[in-house]
Design a protein around this ligand. Structure first.
Ligand code: NAD
Length: 434
Protein backbone atom coordinates (compact mmCIF):
# COMPACT_ATOMS: atom_id res chain seq x y z
CA UNK A 1 0.00 0.00 0.00
CA UNK A 2 1.07 3.64 -0.28
CA UNK A 3 1.79 4.92 3.18
CA UNK A 4 2.98 8.25 4.62
CA UNK A 5 4.55 8.49 8.07
CA UNK A 6 4.48 11.96 9.65
CA UNK A 7 7.21 12.60 12.23
CA UNK A 8 10.56 10.91 11.63
CA UNK A 9 11.82 10.41 15.17
CA UNK A 10 12.73 7.07 16.75
CA UNK A 11 9.22 5.71 16.25
CA UNK A 12 8.43 7.26 12.86
CA UNK A 13 11.66 6.25 11.18
CA UNK A 14 11.60 2.70 12.51
CA UNK A 15 7.92 2.40 11.50
CA UNK A 16 8.56 3.74 8.00
CA UNK A 17 11.62 1.60 7.38
CA UNK A 18 9.88 -1.54 8.69
CA UNK A 19 6.72 -0.98 6.63
CA UNK A 20 8.91 -0.54 3.54
CA UNK A 21 10.82 -3.71 4.41
CA UNK A 22 7.56 -5.76 4.39
CA UNK A 23 6.68 -4.44 0.95
CA UNK A 24 4.77 -1.15 1.31
CA UNK A 25 5.69 2.09 -0.44
CA UNK A 26 6.47 4.59 2.28
CA UNK A 27 7.21 8.32 2.41
CA UNK A 28 8.51 9.55 5.75
CA UNK A 29 7.73 13.24 6.34
CA UNK A 30 9.22 15.58 8.91
CA UNK A 31 8.95 19.35 9.23
CA UNK A 32 12.58 19.50 10.36
CA UNK A 33 14.20 20.21 7.00
CA UNK A 34 17.72 19.56 8.28
CA UNK A 35 16.69 16.11 9.50
CA UNK A 36 15.05 15.28 6.17
CA UNK A 37 18.14 16.45 4.33
CA UNK A 38 20.31 14.15 6.49
CA UNK A 39 17.95 11.24 5.82
CA UNK A 40 17.95 11.94 2.08
CA UNK A 41 21.73 11.72 2.13
CA UNK A 42 21.39 8.20 3.57
CA UNK A 43 22.21 8.94 7.23
CA UNK A 44 19.89 8.04 10.11
CA UNK A 45 19.71 10.99 12.55
CA UNK A 46 20.16 8.73 15.60
CA UNK A 47 21.86 5.49 16.54
CA UNK A 48 19.77 2.33 16.44
CA UNK A 49 21.25 -1.12 15.72
CA UNK A 50 20.31 -2.44 12.26
CA UNK A 51 18.43 0.69 11.19
CA UNK A 52 21.01 2.14 8.77
CA UNK A 53 21.22 -1.04 6.68
CA UNK A 54 17.44 -1.48 6.37
CA UNK A 55 17.02 2.20 5.55
CA UNK A 56 19.62 2.16 2.77
CA UNK A 57 18.27 -1.11 1.35
CA UNK A 58 14.70 0.20 1.06
CA UNK A 59 15.71 3.58 -0.33
CA UNK A 60 17.76 1.72 -2.97
CA UNK A 61 14.85 -0.56 -3.93
CA UNK A 62 12.55 2.46 -4.31
CA UNK A 63 10.14 1.63 -1.47
CA UNK A 64 11.29 4.35 0.96
CA UNK A 65 11.56 8.11 0.44
CA UNK A 66 11.72 11.23 2.61
CA UNK A 67 9.94 14.58 2.33
CA UNK A 68 9.75 17.80 4.32
CA UNK A 69 6.37 18.80 2.98
CA UNK A 70 3.13 17.14 4.12
CA UNK A 71 1.26 17.86 0.92
CA UNK A 72 3.73 16.28 -1.52
CA UNK A 73 4.62 13.51 0.95
CA UNK A 74 0.97 12.45 1.28
CA UNK A 75 -0.07 12.92 -2.36
CA UNK A 76 -0.42 9.16 -3.05
CA UNK A 77 -1.02 7.98 0.48
CA UNK A 78 -3.90 5.66 1.29
CA UNK A 79 -2.82 5.54 4.92
CA UNK A 80 -1.09 8.21 7.03
CA UNK A 81 0.70 7.25 10.24
CA UNK A 82 1.18 10.00 12.84
CA UNK A 83 4.37 9.52 14.89
CA UNK A 84 5.12 13.03 16.15
CA UNK A 85 6.21 13.66 19.74
CA UNK A 86 3.74 13.98 22.61
CA UNK A 87 5.90 15.56 25.33
CA UNK A 88 4.77 16.54 28.77
CA UNK A 89 3.69 20.03 29.72
CA UNK A 90 4.80 21.63 33.01
CA UNK A 91 1.45 20.78 34.61
CA UNK A 92 1.95 17.05 33.85
CA UNK A 93 -0.59 16.88 31.03
CA UNK A 94 0.36 15.68 27.56
CA UNK A 95 1.22 18.35 25.01
CA UNK A 96 -0.83 17.53 21.90
CA UNK A 97 0.27 20.60 19.93
CA UNK A 98 2.18 18.60 17.27
CA UNK A 99 -0.63 16.06 16.92
CA UNK A 100 -3.23 18.83 16.54
CA UNK A 101 -1.11 20.60 13.94
CA UNK A 102 -0.69 17.43 11.87
CA UNK A 103 -4.44 16.70 12.09
CA UNK A 104 -5.42 20.20 10.93
CA UNK A 105 -2.74 20.28 8.21
CA UNK A 106 -3.96 16.88 6.97
CA UNK A 107 -7.54 18.17 6.86
CA UNK A 108 -6.38 20.91 4.49
CA UNK A 109 -4.64 18.59 2.04
CA UNK A 110 -6.56 15.29 2.05
CA UNK A 111 -8.20 14.78 -1.34
CA UNK A 112 -9.08 11.09 -1.19
CA UNK A 113 -10.50 8.82 1.53
CA UNK A 114 -7.77 7.93 3.99
CA UNK A 115 -7.01 5.99 7.17
CA UNK A 116 -5.13 8.00 9.81
CA UNK A 117 -3.16 5.75 12.16
CA UNK A 118 -1.83 7.13 15.45
CA UNK A 119 1.51 5.65 16.53
CA UNK A 120 2.24 8.41 19.04
CA UNK A 121 1.36 7.70 22.65
CA UNK A 122 -1.76 9.74 23.34
CA UNK A 123 -4.17 10.00 26.29
CA UNK A 124 -7.44 8.10 26.20
CA UNK A 125 -9.91 9.94 23.98
CA UNK A 126 -7.29 11.60 21.75
CA UNK A 127 -7.97 9.50 18.65
CA UNK A 128 -11.66 10.48 18.79
CA UNK A 129 -10.47 14.11 19.09
CA UNK A 130 -8.14 13.67 16.07
CA UNK A 131 -11.06 12.40 13.97
CA UNK A 132 -13.21 15.28 15.12
CA UNK A 133 -10.45 17.80 14.31
CA UNK A 134 -9.97 16.43 10.81
CA UNK A 135 -13.72 16.07 10.13
CA UNK A 136 -14.32 19.67 11.24
CA UNK A 137 -11.49 21.17 9.19
CA UNK A 138 -11.51 19.00 6.06
CA UNK A 139 -11.76 21.04 2.87
CA UNK A 140 -12.50 18.25 0.36
CA UNK A 141 -15.38 15.76 0.30
CA UNK A 142 -13.03 12.92 1.31
CA UNK A 143 -13.67 11.01 4.52
CA UNK A 144 -11.25 9.61 7.05
CA UNK A 145 -11.21 6.86 9.65
CA UNK A 146 -8.80 6.74 12.60
CA UNK A 147 -6.92 3.78 14.02
CA UNK A 148 -4.91 3.73 17.26
CA UNK A 149 -1.81 1.60 16.74
CA UNK A 150 0.38 2.31 19.79
CA UNK A 151 4.07 1.56 19.58
CA UNK A 152 5.86 -0.82 21.96
CA UNK A 153 9.40 -0.77 20.55
CA UNK A 154 12.36 -0.29 22.86
CA UNK A 155 15.12 2.05 21.80
CA UNK A 156 18.31 0.07 21.34
CA UNK A 157 16.42 -2.93 19.93
CA UNK A 158 13.74 -1.11 17.95
CA UNK A 159 14.17 -2.98 14.67
CA UNK A 160 14.27 -6.34 16.40
CA UNK A 161 11.17 -5.43 18.42
CA UNK A 162 9.24 -4.35 15.34
CA UNK A 163 9.83 -7.69 13.62
CA UNK A 164 9.58 -9.86 16.76
CA UNK A 165 7.14 -7.94 18.97
CA UNK A 166 4.78 -9.74 21.33
CA UNK A 167 1.66 -8.14 19.86
CA UNK A 168 0.40 -5.43 17.55
CA UNK A 169 -2.52 -3.44 18.97
CA UNK A 170 -5.03 -2.12 16.46
CA UNK A 171 -7.80 -0.01 17.93
CA UNK A 172 -10.61 1.40 15.87
CA UNK A 173 -14.30 2.10 16.10
CA UNK A 174 -14.56 1.27 12.39
CA UNK A 175 -14.30 -2.41 11.42
CA UNK A 176 -13.20 -1.73 7.82
CA UNK A 177 -10.30 0.53 8.89
CA UNK A 178 -9.18 -2.00 11.51
CA UNK A 179 -9.20 -4.79 8.92
CA UNK A 180 -7.13 -2.72 6.44
CA UNK A 181 -4.49 -1.96 9.10
CA UNK A 182 -4.53 -5.60 10.16
CA UNK A 183 -3.70 -6.63 6.57
CA UNK A 184 -0.96 -3.95 6.37
CA UNK A 185 0.68 -5.56 9.42
CA UNK A 186 0.09 -9.21 8.43
CA UNK A 187 3.63 -9.76 7.02
CA UNK A 188 5.13 -9.04 10.46
CA UNK A 189 3.52 -12.32 11.55
CA UNK A 190 2.94 -11.06 15.09
CA UNK A 191 -0.29 -11.67 17.10
CA UNK A 192 -2.74 -8.84 16.51
CA UNK A 193 -5.08 -7.50 19.19
CA UNK A 194 -8.10 -5.81 17.60
CA UNK A 195 -10.04 -3.58 19.92
CA UNK A 196 -11.67 -0.16 20.09
CA UNK A 197 -9.89 3.20 20.21
CA UNK A 198 -10.05 3.80 23.96
CA UNK A 199 -8.90 0.29 24.86
CA UNK A 200 -5.92 0.59 22.50
CA UNK A 201 -4.91 3.93 24.02
CA UNK A 202 -5.26 2.48 27.53
CA UNK A 203 -3.28 -0.70 26.69
CA UNK A 204 -0.26 1.47 25.90
CA UNK A 205 -0.36 3.49 29.14
CA UNK A 206 -1.20 0.47 31.30
CA UNK A 207 1.68 -1.53 29.77
CA UNK A 208 4.27 1.19 30.39
CA UNK A 209 2.93 1.84 33.89
CA UNK A 210 3.15 -1.87 34.70
CA UNK A 211 6.75 -2.16 33.44
CA UNK A 212 7.75 0.93 35.42
CA UNK A 213 6.07 -0.63 38.46
CA UNK A 214 8.15 -3.80 38.03
CA UNK A 215 11.32 -1.71 37.96
CA UNK A 216 10.45 0.32 41.04
CA UNK A 217 9.37 -2.87 42.81
CA UNK A 218 12.68 -4.65 42.26
CA UNK A 219 14.55 -1.47 43.22
CA UNK A 220 12.71 -1.37 46.55
CA UNK A 221 13.52 -5.07 47.05
CA UNK A 222 17.17 -4.19 46.25
CA UNK A 223 17.20 -1.41 48.84
CA UNK A 224 15.83 -3.85 51.40
CA UNK A 225 18.33 -6.55 50.35
CA UNK A 226 21.17 -4.15 51.19
CA UNK A 227 19.79 -3.64 54.69
CA UNK A 228 19.23 -7.33 55.44
CA UNK A 229 22.37 -8.66 53.73
CA UNK A 230 20.73 -10.40 50.75
CA UNK A 231 21.72 -10.22 47.08
CA UNK A 232 19.03 -8.82 44.77
CA UNK A 233 20.45 -10.54 41.68
CA UNK A 234 19.87 -13.95 43.28
CA UNK A 235 16.48 -12.86 44.59
CA UNK A 236 15.38 -11.57 41.16
CA UNK A 237 16.60 -14.75 39.47
CA UNK A 238 14.60 -16.88 41.88
CA UNK A 239 11.52 -14.72 41.41
CA UNK A 240 11.81 -14.51 37.62
CA UNK A 241 11.73 -18.28 37.12
CA UNK A 242 8.10 -18.14 38.24
CA UNK A 243 6.28 -17.73 34.94
CA UNK A 244 3.57 -15.67 36.62
CA UNK A 245 6.30 -13.11 37.37
CA UNK A 246 8.80 -13.53 34.49
CA UNK A 247 12.41 -12.36 34.53
CA UNK A 248 12.06 -9.24 32.34
CA UNK A 249 12.36 -5.83 34.00
CA UNK A 250 13.65 -7.31 37.23
CA UNK A 251 17.16 -5.85 37.02
CA UNK A 252 17.79 -3.63 40.02
CA UNK A 253 19.52 -0.34 39.30
CA UNK A 254 19.27 3.42 39.48
CA UNK A 255 15.82 3.53 37.96
CA UNK A 256 14.13 3.98 34.62
CA UNK A 257 14.50 6.96 32.29
CA UNK A 258 14.00 7.67 28.60
CA UNK A 259 11.35 9.37 26.58
CA UNK A 260 8.48 7.05 27.58
CA UNK A 261 8.27 5.61 31.11
CA UNK A 262 8.71 8.88 33.05
CA UNK A 263 6.35 10.81 30.79
CA UNK A 264 3.73 8.07 30.40
CA UNK A 265 3.55 7.23 34.12
CA UNK A 266 3.08 10.91 34.98
CA UNK A 267 0.45 11.24 32.24
CA UNK A 268 -1.51 8.28 33.61
CA UNK A 269 -1.44 9.76 37.12
CA UNK A 270 -2.66 13.05 35.65
CA UNK A 271 -5.37 11.30 33.62
CA UNK A 272 -6.51 9.44 36.75
CA UNK A 273 -6.63 12.71 38.67
CA UNK A 274 -8.83 14.23 35.97
CA UNK A 275 -11.21 11.32 36.51
CA UNK A 276 -11.11 11.89 40.30
CA UNK A 277 -9.26 8.60 40.70
CA UNK A 278 -6.19 8.63 42.93
CA UNK A 279 -3.66 6.21 41.38
CA UNK A 280 -1.67 5.74 44.60
CA UNK A 281 0.43 2.81 43.37
CA UNK A 282 1.69 4.65 40.31
CA UNK A 283 2.43 7.78 42.34
CA UNK A 284 4.68 5.66 44.60
CA UNK A 285 6.38 4.09 41.56
CA UNK A 286 7.30 7.58 40.34
CA UNK A 287 8.57 8.71 43.76
CA UNK A 288 10.65 5.54 44.20
CA UNK A 289 12.22 6.06 40.77
CA UNK A 290 13.02 9.68 41.55
CA UNK A 291 14.80 8.68 44.77
CA UNK A 292 16.57 5.75 43.14
CA UNK A 293 18.21 7.99 40.54
CA UNK A 294 20.17 9.75 43.32
CA UNK A 295 21.09 6.53 45.14
CA UNK A 296 24.74 6.45 44.03
CA UNK A 297 25.25 9.99 45.30
CA UNK A 298 23.78 9.09 48.71
CA UNK A 299 26.02 6.01 48.86
CA UNK A 300 29.11 8.04 47.93
CA UNK A 301 28.32 10.73 50.52
CA UNK A 302 27.82 8.03 53.18
CA UNK A 303 31.22 6.65 52.26
CA UNK A 304 33.21 9.90 51.93
CA UNK A 305 31.14 12.41 54.02
CA UNK A 306 31.74 15.04 51.35
CA UNK A 307 32.34 14.79 47.61
CA UNK A 308 33.65 18.34 47.23
CA UNK A 309 36.85 18.50 45.16
CA UNK A 310 36.70 14.79 44.37
CA UNK A 311 37.17 13.79 40.74
CA UNK A 312 34.32 11.48 39.71
CA UNK A 313 34.27 9.64 36.37
CA UNK A 314 30.80 8.81 35.06
CA UNK A 315 30.68 5.83 32.72
CA UNK A 316 27.45 5.87 30.71
CA UNK A 317 25.08 8.76 30.07
CA UNK A 318 22.40 7.20 27.84
CA UNK A 319 19.22 6.16 29.64
CA UNK A 320 19.95 2.60 28.50
CA UNK A 321 22.56 0.81 26.36
CA UNK A 322 22.54 0.80 22.54
CA UNK A 323 20.96 4.20 22.18
CA UNK A 324 22.23 7.77 22.01
CA UNK A 325 19.03 9.02 23.65
CA UNK A 326 19.53 10.94 26.90
CA UNK A 327 15.93 12.07 27.39
CA UNK A 328 15.17 11.82 31.15
CA UNK A 329 18.34 9.77 31.67
CA UNK A 330 19.42 9.34 35.31
CA UNK A 331 22.78 10.82 34.29
CA UNK A 332 21.26 14.32 34.02
CA UNK A 333 20.08 14.77 37.63
CA UNK A 334 23.21 12.95 38.82
CA UNK A 335 25.59 15.32 36.99
CA UNK A 336 23.64 18.36 38.16
CA UNK A 337 23.72 17.19 41.79
CA UNK A 338 27.42 16.34 41.64
CA UNK A 339 28.21 19.78 40.24
CA UNK A 340 26.27 21.33 43.13
CA UNK A 341 28.39 19.27 45.54
CA UNK A 342 31.54 20.80 44.03
CA UNK A 343 32.67 17.64 42.23
CA UNK A 344 35.11 17.64 39.33
CA UNK A 345 33.04 15.60 36.83
CA UNK A 346 34.43 13.73 33.83
CA UNK A 347 32.03 11.78 31.59
CA UNK A 348 32.27 9.06 28.96
CA UNK A 349 29.60 7.26 26.93
CA UNK A 350 30.10 5.23 23.74
CA UNK A 351 27.21 6.95 21.89
CA UNK A 352 25.92 10.11 23.55
CA UNK A 353 28.89 12.46 23.75
CA UNK A 354 27.54 14.97 21.20
CA UNK A 355 24.14 15.06 22.91
CA UNK A 356 25.83 15.38 26.31
CA UNK A 357 27.82 18.42 25.18
CA UNK A 358 24.56 20.23 24.41
CA UNK A 359 23.20 19.39 27.88
CA UNK A 360 26.20 19.79 30.19
CA UNK A 361 28.05 22.45 28.13
CA UNK A 362 31.45 23.27 29.63
CA UNK A 363 30.49 22.25 33.14
CA UNK A 364 32.00 18.76 32.85
CA UNK A 365 35.01 17.26 31.10
CA UNK A 366 34.43 14.93 28.15
CA UNK A 367 36.64 11.85 27.84
CA UNK A 368 37.06 9.94 24.60
CA UNK A 369 37.53 6.52 26.23
CA UNK A 370 36.97 4.66 29.47
CA UNK A 371 40.70 4.84 30.13
CA UNK A 372 40.86 8.63 29.77
CA UNK A 373 37.79 9.05 31.97
CA UNK A 374 39.02 6.99 34.90
CA UNK A 375 42.68 7.99 34.85
CA UNK A 376 43.29 9.94 38.04
CA UNK A 377 39.63 9.70 39.16
CA UNK A 378 38.91 9.22 42.87
CA UNK A 379 35.56 7.56 42.23
CA UNK A 380 33.82 5.89 39.28
CA UNK A 381 30.04 5.88 38.84
CA UNK A 382 28.62 3.40 36.30
CA UNK A 383 25.26 4.68 35.05
CA UNK A 384 24.51 2.64 31.89
CA UNK A 385 25.10 -1.08 31.37
CA UNK A 386 26.85 -0.83 28.00
CA UNK A 387 28.54 -4.10 26.89
CA UNK A 388 31.76 -2.11 26.62
CA UNK A 389 31.64 -1.61 30.39
CA UNK A 390 30.47 -5.12 31.27
CA UNK A 391 33.33 -6.63 29.26
CA UNK A 392 35.93 -4.37 30.87
CA UNK A 393 39.05 -5.93 32.36
CA UNK A 394 38.38 -4.72 35.90
CA UNK A 395 42.09 -4.54 36.71
CA UNK A 396 42.05 -1.34 34.71
CA UNK A 397 40.57 0.39 37.79
CA UNK A 398 43.64 -0.63 39.83
CA UNK A 399 45.97 0.40 37.05
CA UNK A 400 44.55 3.86 36.40
CA UNK A 401 43.12 4.95 39.77
CA UNK A 402 45.06 5.48 42.98
CA UNK A 403 42.56 3.91 45.41
CA UNK A 404 39.75 2.67 43.17
CA UNK A 405 36.24 3.08 44.51
CA UNK A 406 33.49 2.09 42.11
CA UNK A 407 29.76 2.76 42.53
CA UNK A 408 27.95 0.64 39.96
CA UNK A 409 24.35 1.70 39.36
CA UNK A 410 23.69 -1.19 36.96
CA UNK A 411 25.32 -4.21 38.62
CA UNK A 412 27.65 -4.78 35.66
CA UNK A 413 30.17 -7.00 37.44
CA UNK A 414 30.21 -10.29 39.22
CA UNK A 415 31.00 -9.86 42.92
CA UNK A 416 33.50 -12.77 43.07
CA UNK A 417 35.41 -11.31 40.14
CA UNK A 418 35.58 -7.94 41.88
CA UNK A 419 36.67 -9.49 45.20
CA UNK A 420 39.68 -11.06 43.51
CA UNK A 421 40.69 -7.71 42.03
CA UNK A 422 40.61 -5.97 45.47
CA UNK A 423 38.53 -3.01 44.33
CA UNK A 424 36.14 -1.21 46.66
CA UNK A 425 32.87 -1.85 44.87
CA UNK A 426 29.39 -0.66 45.79
CA UNK A 427 26.46 -1.85 43.68
CA UNK A 428 22.67 -1.99 43.96
CA UNK A 429 21.02 -4.46 46.35
CA UNK A 430 24.22 -6.48 46.82
CA UNK A 431 26.83 -6.55 49.55
CA UNK A 432 29.70 -4.07 49.23
CA UNK A 433 32.99 -5.85 48.43
CA UNK A 434 36.57 -4.76 48.91
P1 NAD B 1 10.85 12.21 18.48
O1 NAD B 1 10.79 13.46 19.25
O2 NAD B 1 12.11 11.43 18.36
O3 NAD B 1 10.32 12.49 17.00
C1 NAD B 1 9.20 13.26 16.67
C2 NAD B 1 9.41 13.83 15.29
O4 NAD B 1 8.22 14.49 14.84
C3 NAD B 1 10.53 14.89 15.21
O5 NAD B 1 11.46 14.51 14.21
C4 NAD B 1 9.79 16.18 14.84
O6 NAD B 1 10.58 17.03 14.04
C5 NAD B 1 8.60 15.63 14.10
N1 NAD B 1 7.46 16.55 14.00
C6 NAD B 1 6.90 17.30 14.99
N2 NAD B 1 5.86 17.99 14.50
C7 NAD B 1 5.77 17.69 13.18
C8 NAD B 1 4.90 18.10 12.13
N3 NAD B 1 3.92 18.97 12.36
N4 NAD B 1 5.09 17.60 10.89
C9 NAD B 1 6.09 16.71 10.67
N5 NAD B 1 6.95 16.29 11.61
C10 NAD B 1 6.78 16.77 12.86
O7 NAD B 1 9.72 11.28 19.11
P2 NAD B 1 9.72 9.69 19.31
O8 NAD B 1 10.63 9.29 20.41
O9 NAD B 1 9.83 9.02 17.99
O10 NAD B 1 8.23 9.49 19.87
C11 NAD B 1 7.10 9.71 19.05
C12 NAD B 1 5.87 9.21 19.78
O11 NAD B 1 5.98 7.78 20.00
C13 NAD B 1 5.67 9.83 21.16
O12 NAD B 1 4.30 9.95 21.40
C14 NAD B 1 6.27 8.78 22.11
O13 NAD B 1 5.70 8.84 23.38
C15 NAD B 1 5.87 7.49 21.40
N6 NAD B 1 6.75 6.35 21.67
C16 NAD B 1 8.10 6.52 21.70
C17 NAD B 1 8.92 5.43 21.93
C18 NAD B 1 10.41 5.58 22.00
O14 NAD B 1 11.09 4.64 22.47
N7 NAD B 1 10.99 6.69 21.58
C19 NAD B 1 8.35 4.14 22.12
C20 NAD B 1 6.98 4.02 22.05
C21 NAD B 1 6.17 5.12 21.82
Amino acid sequence: MNIAVVGVGYVGLVTGVSLAEIGHHVTCIDNNKEKVHTLQSGIAPFFEPGLDELMKKNVANGRLAFADDLSSGCSNAEIVYIAVGTPQKNDGTVDLTDIEKVAIDLAHIILQDMIVVTKSTVPVGTNEYIKQLIDTNIVSSASIEVVANPEFLREGSAIHDTFHGDRIVIGSNNEWAATVIESVNKPFDIPIVKTDLRNAEMIKYASNAFLATKISFINEIANLCEKIGANVDDVAYGMGLDQRIGNAFLQAGIGYGGSCFPKDTRALVQLSGNMKHEFQLLKSVITINHNQQKLLIRKAIDRFQTLADKRIALLGLAFKPNTDDMREAASIPIVNELLKEGVDVVVYDPATMETAKKIFLNNVQYADSIETAITGADIVFILTEWDEFKRLDIHIFNQLMKDPVVFDGRNCFDLDQIKKAHIEYHSIGRPTVY
